[in-house]
Design a protein around this ligand. Structure first.
Ligand SMILES: C[S@@+](CC[C@H](N)C(=O)[O-])C[C@H]1O[C@@H](n2cnc3c(N)ncnc32)[C@H](O)[C@@H]1O
Length: 356
């Protein structure tokens, strides 16, 4: 596969014949076919993308090293994260090596290139396929004042640009923390733990003996690890939809993600619910918060015997589920549900044919 803009720019300014090339901002679906695979170091800390890129044969790292011969930066969603990546690229490439910057219009490429033009000798951009690519020669001090090292979203907590809710406590997590009982079960998992604010509230409750923070974003988990020094906490970098703890726990507490990249995807939250049920003992409990419009009750109903809404507001709902079903009971409930859905669809089809 070739990347429409990358192949174009490399015809004009080819890559150096040797040396490692660092790639920032790539995900599972990024087209890297124009680049020499064996020379790439792809910087990616998001577990599902990390796994997919590794499976495609790329060498994938969490953080860049020094001495690369060139860099490619795909723009991400967070403006500050982009600035950090560009500053890192300018520093970790040997002076004079090229930094290529690529982004779609929806990534805000125009405004990034405009700011870059004020700071570096940027090439004229090449436009293709609803995006632009441009390049500049690296030098270590070029973008040092672009670096946003740390943010302080709440007293005693640090984050870095790009992690979920980096600048403030998430409203949904705050609501969930308020609704938790004073005493919690002993062994708990926080699924999608982010930079650890919700986990810290959990650890402040009575009765907690251990808490496993499971998070796919390496940068967020590193922040959580800096934010929480409580010895009862354990930190696991993993795709929550694929990971099962070694022992079942008595509670899962979560504010699950509902976005994959830009697109809203309730199936991700549904996968978190299914995985939470697998992690719990048969008397285990799940507490979760979700945007009110997301249809998680259906997923909860096929994985738990008892589900109730325990509060929320106009934007968020708080749900508690108890008594996870065994895998076979859950499979029966899913089959029954899809049977009922199919019957419903057939009935609706018949009715609409009758109306015609
Ligand atoms: C809505 S946020 C909640 C974060 C944190 N609990 C808080 O209250 O700020 C969801 C978190 O899930 C993480 N996440 C997304 N996909 C994931 C996956 N497949 N496995 C584990 N964590 C994931 C995101 O990086 C994000 O930190």
């Amino acid at each position: 596969m070739t990347h429409p803009r990358l192949s174009l720019v490399l015809d004009t300014v080819p890559l150096p014949p040797e040396g490692r090339i660092v790639v920032f901002g790539a995900d599972a679906g990024s087209d890297l076919g124009d680049l020499p695979r064996d020379r790439l170091d792809v910087i990616c800390g998001f577990a599902p993308d990390h796994a997919a890129l590794t499976a495609r044969g790329y060498s994938v790292s969490f953080y860049p090293q020094d001495g690369y011969s060139a860099a490619l930066v795909f723009l991400s969603r967070s403006k500050q994260q982009i600035r950090n990546c560009l500053a890192a690229a300018a520093t970790c490439v040997t002076p004079g090596g090229m930094v290529y910057v690529d982004g779609g219009k929806h990534d805000g490429v125009d405004s990034v290139l405009k700011s870059l033009r004020d700071a570096v000798a940027l090439s004229a951009p090449l436009s293709k396929a609803h995006g632009k690519i441009a390049y500049f020669a690296a030098a270590p001090q070029l973008l040092v004042d672009w670096v946003v090292p740390r943010l302080t979203p709440a007293p005693g907590f640090l984050t870095v640009p790009g992690v979920f809710s980096a600048e403030k406590i998430d409203e949904g997590s705050a609501l969930l923390a308020q609704a938790l009982p004073d005493k919690l079960p002993a062994r708990i998992v926080d699924l999608g733990a982010g930079w650890g604010w919700l986990s810290a509230q959990i650890l402040a409750k009575q009765g907690v003996e251990s808490l496993e923070l499971i998070e796919a974003d390496r940068a967020a988990l590193d922040c959580a690890q800096a934010n929480i020094t409580d010895p009862r906490a354990r930190f696991t970098w993993a795709d929550a939809t694929q990971y099962t703890p070694t022992e079942r726990v008595s509670a899962v507490i979560m504010n699950p993600p509902f976005h994959v990249g830009r697109a809203g995807d309730p199936s991700l939250g549904a996968a978190f619910i299914a995985q939470a049920a697998k992690m719990l003992t048969l008397s285990g409990k799940l507490w979760m918060v979700a945007n009110r419009h997301l249809p998680y009750e259906d997923s909860l109903a096929v994985h738990f015997h008892h589900v109730e809404e325990i509060g929320g507001n106009g934007r968020f709902k708080l749900l508690r589920a108890e008594k996870p079903m065994t895998a076979s009971a859950s499979a029966r409930a899913i089959a029954q549900n899809s049977g009922t859905a199919a019957q419903g669809a057939a009935r609706r089809g018949k009715a609409s044919r009758a109306r015609r």
